[in-house]
Write a protein that binds this ligand. Sequence first.
Ligand code: PHE
Length: 380
Amino acid sequence: MRARFLTAALLVAVGAVSTGCARKPQEPLVGVYLALTGDMADFGITTRQGIELAAEEINAAGGINGQRLRLLVEDDRGKPEEARTVVTKLIDQQGVVAVLGEVASKNSLAAAPICQARGIPMLSPSSTNEEVTRKGDYIFRVCFVDSFQGYVMARFASENLKARTAAVLWDNGSDYSKGLSSVFKSDFQKMGGRIVADVTYAAGDVDFSSQLTRIRAAQPDVIYVPGYYTEVALIGRKARELGITVPLLGGDGWDSENLLKRAGAALDGCYFSSHYSSDTGSPVVERFVRSFQERYSTMPNALAALGYDATWILAEAMKRAGSLEPRKIRDALAATRDYPGVTGQITINEERNAVKPAVVLQVKNGAFRYMTTIQPPDRN
Ligand code: PHE
């Protein structure tokens, strides 16, 4: 009842604005859709912190050509159907001129066609699956793609860890996990390695003993687990319980404080690829860490860093566009070159993906330790 009344009131308000101007309300109104509750809430909550910190800084520095940047944040509960619903609402009812989101690739894949069909630019801070930006020329991201991230860990396994054999354990309901496991497999084989076990699980599983028993029998040098922190923590614990001592390797889906809390010491000494580390010694990063800590009294993680970069890159594009026409914002986003982000120097390429480096981190003594930065193979 109350919700219906609010929706009606909102429609009236939007209607009043749109009769005043030609089309959409001409203010820098940006829609944000994230998982703020549910299994992946940690991703959405930390991303939102980065986005809001950037918006505050942008507004303190004069906004978008004198107008205040305004964010409308929606919770999609980490579900693709919900992502479609809230993005439709942000565009059709609230008149946003651009959209920021999502984190998990499957939610970005669900909502991207809606932004594309309506001609509203969408910028994902952190969805790395290749297919996301293939949904159309209005869909962008500020993170690297999984073909790069998978290559980074295949190379780290074979060169740094001297692994000859690997097992792969991935989530068959996640576009992200599926894509990343297949890149790792083919790159590791190209580098001369052998895949000795290829096993799947489903998000929400709590018992991984049958998968890990199979993997143990194959005696791999390393186990690649490109999943999200909830299942990865359980997999790590079970692996150690079964006497598996080899390192587990993963991707950016490991990058959460919750991985450390839930895995305890089980993943100590394991490695994963990600977007950001506070220990790279870059002045841009130091400044960001200071303002983030002042604002939230915690350390930013990769998601906060990506949310922050995405918001600044969008704001800079809106300023350069000199107009709030979504088409012009799109063109300006596509022209982003050498942006000095906290997640590295970012250039948007022709596929609307970010070309930038990745970092390899080690889980060590209850923290993430910076190991190395790996540049993309070619910088075009
Ligand atoms: N890259 C993941 C995906 O596309 C999301 C993610 C990014 C998770 C960064 C954690 C950290 O689904």
